[in-house]
Design a protein around this ligand. Structure first.
Ligand SMILES: *Cc1c(COP(=O)(O)O)cnc(C)c1O
Length: 376
């Protein structure tokens, strides 16, 4: 059986976890949390990185730091994970969904402006499959209307847009280290902060509303309750697990890209024959092989393909059910404009196994079975 996902594992994780235990510092902000944050700051160039317990929590921090108030509107795609919307709904905001582009499944940058009202406060973009949204255009719109930009970069670590790492272009970037992502600590995430003026508020928010971060740096002699806050920091044992993967980040990224390119080459003839569609990587975008998906003709064909693959011991899966048509989406949000692509394209998309330990031989086998299904 070829699983759809296997959590990334390099073999050196437990050595680091052991070290965290021996440090006798297993709560948050120990040696490995610091190392992970410094690594992300160095490689992305962001002003500040704060490790969190999930991308969901990083998104919630971003919503709080954007000072979302009840009735504010947030523009986002409907084709995304629930956390993108929940973070803002929890603060009383109305999610305003905009259609995606069929080529990348990212928010259509040309439809954003039409969805802006006087209540709009934030544009929250999602870099689907680690492929960048059209950030130049999006930042231009945000500037024009004085909106904040949050990047849900859960899938996008090590991806870039015109040379800039994803998660560092908007005001806040949110990464995920869930076991289904390219780098993992089981459950975990990070908040990237572009503008240094948000750093102090973010640290207070993450440390239960106290200035404990300053206290640990020796900047104040006692820590006090400064503002509202919660506990968003992960255990140093989890960070230790993650850091082992950062130590071989290029190897993990290169291996994934190599499997991705192999899928692409093997399945290209099916695209040329008009049977399926393959992912599109726009000019100026460097992706991280987070996901390899294909698009079938329609929902019926996709269901048959998933079953055929399963019969051959290969697990393939579809992805998001558009949020605007789900019960909570109907209750909390609205779709702006026409749903031309969100529903239709989401029904055709199927993801093939993609993980660090996947072998070239397995990719050969999987692509061979997809071809067999199409009689090629
Ligand atoms: C995985 C994912 C999340 C949630 O990440 P967690 O770390 O599990 O909270 C949010 N948004 C997108 C687009 C994701 O892919």
């Amino acid at each position: 059986m070829i699983r759809f996902n296997v959590p990334p594992y390099t073999g050196t994780e437990m050595k680091n976890v052991q070290k965290a235990v021996e440090n006798m510092h297993i709560c948050g902000d120990g040696e490995f949390t610091r190392k992970c944050s410094e690594y992300l700051e160095k490689t992305t160039g962001t002003a500040k990185c704060l490790l969190t317990t999930s991308c969901t929590q990083a998104l919630e921090m971003a919503a709080l730091l954007c000072d979302i108030k009840p009735g504010d509107e947030v523009i986002l795609p409907s084709y995304t994970f629930v956390s993108t919307a929940n973070a803002f709904v929890l603060r009383g905001a109305v999610p305003v969904f905009v259609d995606v582009r069929p080529d990348t499944m990212n928010i259509d940058e040309n439809l954003i402006e039409g969805a802006i009202t006087e209540k709009t406060k934030v544009i929250c973009v999602v870099h689907y499959a680690g492929v960048a949204c059209e950030m130049d255009r999006i930042m231009e719109i945000a500037d024009k209307y004085h909106l904040m930009v949050v990047e849900d970069a859960a899938q996008a670590i090590m991806s870039t847009y015109k040379g800039r790492p994803l998660g560092t272009i908007g005001d806040f970037g949110c990464l995920s280290f869930h076991e289904t992502k390219n780098f993992s600590m089981g459950e975990g995430g990070a908040l990237l902060i572009r503008d240094p003026r948000h750093i102090e508020d973010a640290e207070i928010l993450r440390e239960k509303g106290t200035d404990r971060s300053k206290y640990f740096r020796g900047q104040v002699d006692k820590y006090r309750w400064m503002n509202y806050g919660s506990s968003f920091l992960p255990s140093d044992m989890n960070a230790a697990y993650l850091y082992a993967q950062f130590e071989v980040a290029d190897q993990i990224n290169d291996t994934r890209l190599s499997r991705w390119n192999q899928y692409y080459e093997l399945l290209k003839p099916l695209q040329e024959a008009g049977k399926i569609e393959l992912p599109v990587i726009p000019e100026g975008c460097v992706h991280n092989a987070h996901m390899f998906y294909i698009k079938t003709k329609d929902l019926k064909e996709r269901t048959e393909l998933i079953q055929f693959m399963k019969d051959n011991d290969i697990l393939t899966v579809f992805h998001y059910v558009p949020l605007h048509s789900a019960p909570a989406g109907l209750k909390f949000g609205r779709f702006h404009g026409e749903d031309r692509y969100t529903t239709r394209e989401s029904e055709r998309l199927v993801r093939l196994p993609m993980f660090y330990q996947l072998t070239a031989k397995q990719v050969d086998y999987i692509a061979g079975k997809v071809k067999e299904f199409y009689g090629v």
